[in-house]
Design a protein around this ligand. Sequence first.
Ligand code: ATP
Length: 355
Amino acid sequence: MAMNIAILEGDGIGPEICAAACKVLEAANDKYTLGLELIFADVGLKSLKRHGSTLTDQTFEIVQSSDGIVLGPVSHLDYPPIQEGGLNPSGVLRKRLDLFANIRPAKTRTELQAPLGKPFDLIIYRENTEGFYSDRNLYEGIGDLMVTGDVAISIRRVTRQASLRIAEAAFQAAVARGKKVTAVHKQNVLKVSDGLFLDCCREVAARFPEVIYDEILVDAACAHLVRTPEDFDVIVTTNMFGDIISDLTSELSGSLGLAPSINAGTQHAMAQAQHGSAPNIAGLGIANPSSLIGSVAMLLKWMGTQHGSSALIHASQSIDAALEQALMTAETRTSDLGGILTTEQFALTVAKNLA
Ligand code: ATP
């Protein structure tokens, strides 16, 4: 069955790591006869320059009709206001395509030095469509506003439906992993909204008696993630907490450049590195593309599960294995991990490793 993957390169290091991820994807496509067609569409600053918007309707149509999406990091802080074409593609696509689960794994590897020197393997299920994200938590308008010239407020939205579905996704993942879910919250302060979130997590926990369930305040979670990261398996949390603690966990695993993720809904999924557009190293050819290559592997797994395709699932596992193999030795790493390979050379190594 022929399938399309929309490729949106993004800003900063986006084009470099997207090109690297596409090299691996194309190699897997040929090797395992996946029948994938990659369709490139403009997004971000390049799209703004060419079409007057960082996310055009045309790009959205391509994305909407695709079977999977790869989005490079975007520099949306540098975009003009929305009225002048500066839409945040990441937020808009997550909302419009209802990509409710931002799934962010982080793990150490024995051959790779990590700051803590302790092994861990965890995965964060971050709610992706509401919370404190003012660009997506209202039906219309932005929930981050000035009440007077000196007073600003932000609206945080937590719903039963969104909390239940992210909790369900987290518990399903735990069944196939270490059988433990930890809900990260701030219910001592956000009594009503995080109270609702925890009620939903407990309701779902009751349906999964084989999974150990516990809860931890977000501030304590940060301390425990540094002290005893091995105690965590699946973390479920609201949007902003998930965004923040996943940077902590990916850096604790060795480098932000290692951190993959997908944004998944029931109809669509989007591969996206956890990190930003790293303008400080853009254009130098030194960015670590592992994050996006790993994200592409996650996307192929999602697509394979969705379409019942063992070939896609096999390709996903093979990309993961080829990536791990490249990360094993210092000679085949990028400079953030003490290696000497460029972004492109690293991608070629991973492609060559595909078994
Ligand atoms: P943005 O404004 O888009 O969020 P940023 O530079 O503020 O970009 P990140 O892109 O998340 O934030 O980068 C944080 C740090 O991690 C930077 O020093 C960057 O160089 C480094 N970094 C991020 N991604 C990678 C990568 N793929 N390879 C190597 N280093 C990276």
